[in-house]
Design a protein around this ligand. Structure first.
Ligand code: SF4
Length: 669
């Protein structure tokens, strides 16, 4: 048995799986960056086995985007442990879901605040001889009297710590309590599901318990924010006492990295935040020179926003130089840099004051400071694009990061090995360029391993949702014809549209029932969407079938796993491009400048193709599933778009008009 087989928990490899795992193992051995495009059913989660087989004592960190992906890896690692009983693993989800302490505000900031207060009180009591904080009368009394809405102490953290005397007579060291260590040891050896964690921790902080477990564990599964937020990652690695160069990193659903990385670096300033900042500053001492100076700037920013409110455009770019000139007009400042400097000092004072009152919400002055700093940077850094949105009498400014490349390259270079996997990383060359520029990256693209006869892939050559054809009745009727024909496929079906507006057009044209199937339209509200989806997926077990109308990239299109009878077909109507406006134009120009001819494809077409593939990817989840996948848009046949489809889909797609589609559906059904 070779090393890989020794860590592989299944009786046999799926088609092409061994090749994929050997590729990952080689990357772990030799170092560097690797990208794997592997359709559903390839057994992607077993890549963790390949990394473990070559870890040689290095820690494996798996970054996932959702709880369901986290659970998939926990299940996979529990199986690996059956063949490698010494394997230990732990996981971390965000403090937002793990922290049981109540109160408002950012959970990370709240945690930092209450841990600082708790530590200082515990140390004070330890110096008086009380080494076990949970047994200390004063600490318990203070916890009892604490305002639960504005906590200053964390009982869960206090339970997880004790003090031990150091070598020196006076030295006291805070250490993990025995209760915490015992629980953490169990976590490493048992697979505790995220939903059972709070009960399992029994009054201990779940985050601290998992972190304690993670320190000695072979594998840590965490979420994207732990990896892509620099501050959180630095804290995490410091707590784990590891350096990235000693970590084998696995990033799941890697097609999402770009959006997550740019989202983390983007900042928004709403008009109401500016008003709140004015109020906060008015409560600070007027005798402070910097407060008075900054107070002169805010009306200028408000006037800048007011002027934009009159704009006819919903979203547009603004010139950071113009913002700069307007902000300093009539004030004591010469430039934004000085304003940012003063604001930073004030923001720090406000934050300290709030923390001491148990208020952990980011103050408006802090948000303003962050925003001003980003606008200042946008003046010289083209990866930050300043823009505004105006709607219903409100305006908000945003400095949007449009390029994840620098962060992705830094992460890729820093780790011993970095393996990115996804079912939709097609075409790999485009994602490679987008994330890693000229860095050397090894890539592998796997064919679809599910039986070909279980699917029908169709691409229409005679319909489009391109803007020039939106009012064309013949085209609209033909799309309705495709939807009605598609509805003849047996079982539950989904039709995805590029936008709510286009969805509504076709929902009206098709009516509330098509071919006897009830139509479920994706609601904008998340709670309504969940209830409607539950009803839809339960139809087959009641002998019924329905059809959902949803938006590509929306609540019903990504991350959902409709197995077997839950979904027998998906159709994507149109190419789900983001709306074309001046912001989009500038983003495309930035990428054309960076990558030449490929720039437009990477920044504009690629995300649209990915949204379409994600939507179609809901259907065939197991080798036994059968289904029909339809691209109802002629632009998918253009060479510049078609190249973005996975090779197996390009090979298999039946190119048809409505008549042929009708015959294919009849034959399939
Ligand atoms: S220590 Fe744990 S329980 Fe306490 S605030 Fe932090 S995350 Fe929450």
């Amino acid at each position: 048995m070779d090393r890989l087989e020794a860590w592989f928990p299944y009786p046999g490899f799926r088609p092409n799986q061994r090749e994929m795992l050997e590729f990952a193992a080689e990357t772990a051995r030799e170092g560097g960056i690797a990208m794997i495009d592997a359709p559903t059913g390839s057994g992607k989660s077993s890549v963790v086995s390949a990394l473990l087989a070559e870890s040689n004592g290095r820690k494996v960190i798996v970054a996932v985007r959702t709880i369901s992906q986290l659970s998939t890896f926990i299940r996979e690692l529990a199986l690996v442990r059956k063949v490698q009983p010494a394997l230990t693993f732990s996981y971390l989800v965000g403090k937002g879901s793990m922290c049981p302490l109540g109160g408002e505000g950012d959970p990370y900031r709240r945690c930092e605040g209450v841990k600082a207060f708790s530590s200082s009180l515990m140390r004070e009591r330890a110096q008086k001889g009380s080494l076990v904080p949970t047994e200390d009368r004063v600490i318990n009394e203070q916890i009892r009297k604490m305002d639960r809405e504005h906590p200053l102490l964390c009982p869960y953290f206090i339970k997880s710590r004790v003090f031990v005397r150091g070598e020196e007579e006076s030295g006291l060291r805070m250490a993990p309590s025995q209760t915490l260590r015992t629980r953490a040891d169990r976590v490493k050896k048992e697979a505790i599901a995220p939903e059972d964690l709070a009960g399992f921790c029994n009054g201990l902080c779940p985050y601290e318990t998992m972190m304690q477990a993670a320190r000695g564990a072979d594998v840590l599964v965490c979420n994207f924010h732990h990896l892509f937020n620099d501050e959180i990652r630095d804290q995490l690695y410091a707590s784990l006492d590891v350096e990235p160069k000693d970590v084998l990193l696995l990033i799941d659903e890697a097609h999402n990295c770009g959006d997550v990385v740019t989202g983390i670096q983007s900042v928004v300033l709403e008009d109401r935040t500016l008003e709140a900042a004015m109020t906060e500053l008015s409560h600070l001492s007027r005798s402070m020179k910097d407060v008075n100076a900054v107070r002169q700037v805010l009306p200028n920013v408000a006037a800048f926003m007011e002027a934009l409110q009159r704009s006819q455009k919903g979203e547009d770019w603004f010139d950071p130089e113009q913002f700069h000139r307007m902000a300093v007009r009539g004030t004591l400042y010469k430039g934004l840099e000085e304003i940012v400097g003063d604001l930073s000092k004030i923001a720090e004072r406000v934050s300290e004051k709030n923390k001491s009152a148990g208020i952990y919400k980011e103050s408006a002055v802090e948000s303003l400071t962050e925003f001003m700093y980003r606008v200042y940077r946008a003046g010289s850094d083209m990866t930050f694009l300043p823009l505004y949105r105006s709607a219903e009498g409100h305006v908000e400014l945003e400095v949007r990061n449009i390029d994840p490349g620098e962060k992705m390259q830094a992460i890729g270079k820093a780790h011993a090995a970095c393996v990115l996997i996804s079912g939709t990383l097609s075409p790999l060359s485009a994602y490679q360029k987008y994330y890693f520029g000229d860095l050397p990256v090894r890539t592998i693209s796997l064919p679809n391993s599910f039986p070909r006869e279980n699917r029908l892939v169709v691409c229409a050559k005679d319909v489009t949702t391109a803007y020039r054809m939106r009012q064309n009745k013949k085209n609209t009727d033909a799309i309705v014809g495709y939807i009605k024909t598609f509805a003849r496929v047996r079982g539950n079906l989904a039709v995805y549209f590029p936008s709510y507006q286009i969805l509504n057009t076709y929902a009206q044209a098709c009516g509330s029932r098509i071919n006897g199937k009830a139509v479920y339209t994706e609601p904008r509200e998340a709670s309504e969407a969940t209830a409607a989806l539950q009803e839809f997926i339960s139809l087959p077990e009641r002998g019924k079938a329905g059809i959902i109308f949803a938006v590509c990239g929306g609540k019903w299109s990504e991350g959902l796993d409709y197995r077997g009878e839950m979904l027998r077909g998906a159709m994507v109507v149109g190419l789900p491009l983001a709306p074309y406006n001046s912001v989009r134009k500038m983003t495309i120009e930035y990428y054309v400048h960076k990558f030449g001819r490929d720039g437009e494809f990477i920044s504009y077409t690629l995300p649209a193709i990915n949204r379409a593939l994600q939507a179609l990817g809901r259907v065939l989840r197991t080798p036994e599933d059968t289904g029909v996948l339809v691209l109802a848009e002629e632009r998918f046949l253009e060479p510049g778009v078609r190249v973005g489809l996975p090779p197996w889909m390009q090979d298999e797609a039946e190119i048809c008009d409505l008549d042929r589609f009708s015959r294919l559906v009849m034959k399939w059904s």
